[in-house]
Design a protein around this ligand. Structure first.
Ligand code: SAH
Ligand code: DHB
Ligand code: MG
Length: 224
């Protein structure tokens, strides 16, 4: 059996047991597929992990950068207690529309909001409005801008907040110091910033599964 096949099998095994198919999540993926969105949502077990982290965090305010069809958004929004809020930022009008419909179908429109526009603009607007602090930020948009997203995330969080960054391994490409892929350049710049940023402490792990070989960074805000 090829490695990828085995990873997928194990993903399905664990997702089946611990993150089983659910009508709203299934419908969100189906509607995203039908609308032609790329299948780059988190895997079910990654969605469940995000949800657990949000619950562990006692998150009442969640910020997501990169909505796509709202699949990860649903996992995260379901972690919110009564009165909790999630804001998700998306630049593509079509993605935002699909995501809003998916959130409505999941019964989450009262607590999850999709803001359309380039995330850097929306982040500046959130700071200007005095939004936050967010207890958890999930960074999952374009990888080139991750250093800037992280800088905004620090302005919008508090001591004890988590910043979770998706796709930090990219099939291993992250380890190539000579890469000229803008995503890798952005991710490596982000890693170098985190490494010396005194206000945070972080870990990054490699993951394999139905979505291939990638990874996740978890950054804890420890100081102002
Ligand atoms: N979090 C989603 C997947 C997000 S895919 C999930 O797991 O279900 C990345 C998304 O980021 C895409 O929808 C893409 O349109 C969006 N994106 C890319 N560049 C962006 C930008 N500059 N501002 C806001 N969103 C952006
Ligand atoms: C891509 C983006 C993602 O956020 C992801 O989880 C997987 C792939 C991409 O742009 O290829
Ligand atoms: Mg991702």
């Amino acid at each position: 059996m090829a490695d990828e096949e085995r990873w997928t099998e194990v993903d399905h095994y664990y997702a089946g047991l611990l993150a089983p198919a659910d009508p709203a999540l299934e419908a969100a993926l189906e509607a995203s597929r039908e609308a032609g969105l790329p299948p780059i949502n988190v895997a079910p077990n990654q969605g469940k992990l995000l949800q657990l982290l949000a619950r562990l965090q006692g998150a009442r305010a969640i910020l997501e950068i990169g909505t796509l069809g709202g699949y990860s958004t649903i996992w995260l929004a379901r972690a919110l207690p009564a009165g909790g809020r999630l804001v998700s930022l998306e630049v593509e009008a079509k993605h935002a529309k699909v995501a809003r419909a998916n959130l409505a179908r999941a019964g989450l429109s009262d607590r999850a909001e999709v803001r359309l526009g380039p995330a850097l603009d929306s982040l500046a607007a959130l700071v200007a409005e005095g939004a936050g602090p967010f207890d958890l930020v999930f960074v999952d948009a374009d990888k080139e801008s991750i250093p800037e997203y992280f800088a905004w995330a620090l302005k919008l969080t508090r001591v004890g907040s988590l910043v979770i960054v998706d796709n930090v391994v990219r099939g291993g490409a992250i380890a190539d110091p000579d890469s000229r892929d803008p995503s890798i350049v952005g991710l490596r710049r982000f890693n170098e910033i985190v490494a010396v940023e005194p206000r945070v402490t972080a870990a990054a792990i490699q993951t394999v599964g139905a979505k291939g070989y990638d990874g996740l960074a978890i950054v804890l805000v420890t100081g102002d």
